[in-house]
Design a protein around this ligand. Structure first.
Ligand code: CA
Length: 242
């Protein structure tokens, strides 16, 4: 049974989420503060498969919580609940390490669909025992190699943990190696977002990925910008432009 942690201080909303998620067959834990959520992870207590994290919390806000979790090496898929009309919250959430977001007020069926999506990706990446092994769990380019299941990138012996969404973005670009991929297509295919979403969210991922995979992030050789379109991944850049 999948275990969901809800971090939400509005008790009406929290209990409504608990009721509905339990009705969907999930095990649900609710905490009211970010501090309480972080403690649950520190204790090494229950293992959570997805975290639903509100941005507006007393004490530490959702952005602080997600970035502390990531810094502590916790890469549990996390969906942030942001305020409507604050696109900067979405960008800030993604920069801090969130995997997905939903704006308040939201439709419950959408929340459940997003949670299912995160769980599906987690299973797909972590791989449940009876599932066939993923076709390519590791991809090597130059002196770097990314492991899609372990969620890590190795660069000359150094290991960088990646979040689920960072891995998904990188995998998507690698799958389309050499071809320009638009931001819109990435939002559609990686996040499953068909609505009009601010495509700058993608740019934050690219900035982070470049910090890992580029020797000089300001002059990328693997993760190239395609002006007016989006991005293109090149596994083996030629040495013509140095
Ligand atoms: Ca709140």
């Amino acid at each position: 049974m999948s275990n969901i942690l809800v971090v939400e201080d509005e008790s009406h909303l929290a209990e409504g989420l608990r009721f509905n998620l339990e009705a969907e067959g999930y095990q649900v834990n609710v905490v009211e503060t970010g501090e309480a959520a972080l403690e649950l992870f520190e204790e090494g207590g229950p293992r959570f498969d997805v975290v639903v994290l509100d941005v507006m919390l007393p004490g530490k806000d959702g952005f602080t919580v997600i970035s502390e979790l990531r810094q502590a090496g916790q890469f549990v898929p996390t969906l942030m609940l942001t305020a409507r009309g604050h696109p900067e919250d979405v960008l800030k959430g993604f920069s801090a390490g969130a995997d997905d977001y939903l704006t308040k007020p939201f439709d419950l069926s959408i929340l459940i669909a997003r949670i299912r999506g995160l769980l599906r990706r987690r299973e797909w990446l972590v791989g449940t025992p009876p599932a066939p092994p993923p076709p390519s769990e590791e991809f090597t380019f130059g002196d770097k190699s990314v492991n899609f299941t372990a969620l890590e990138l190795r660069v000359r012996g150094e290991v960088f943990p990646l979040t689920l969404m960072e891995v998904n973005v990188l995998r998507y670009l690698i799958e389309h190696e050499g071809k320009p991929v638009s931001r819109k297509r990435m939002l559609d295919d990686v996040w499953g977002l068909h609505e009009d979403t601010d495509t700058r969210a993608i740019d934050n991922f690219i900035v982070r990925l470049r910090r890992y995979i580029e020797d000089v992030p300001a002059h990328p050789r693997h993760l190239l910008t395609v002006r007016g379109v989006g991005y293109r991944f090149i596994a083996a850049p030629g040495d013509a432009k140095k």
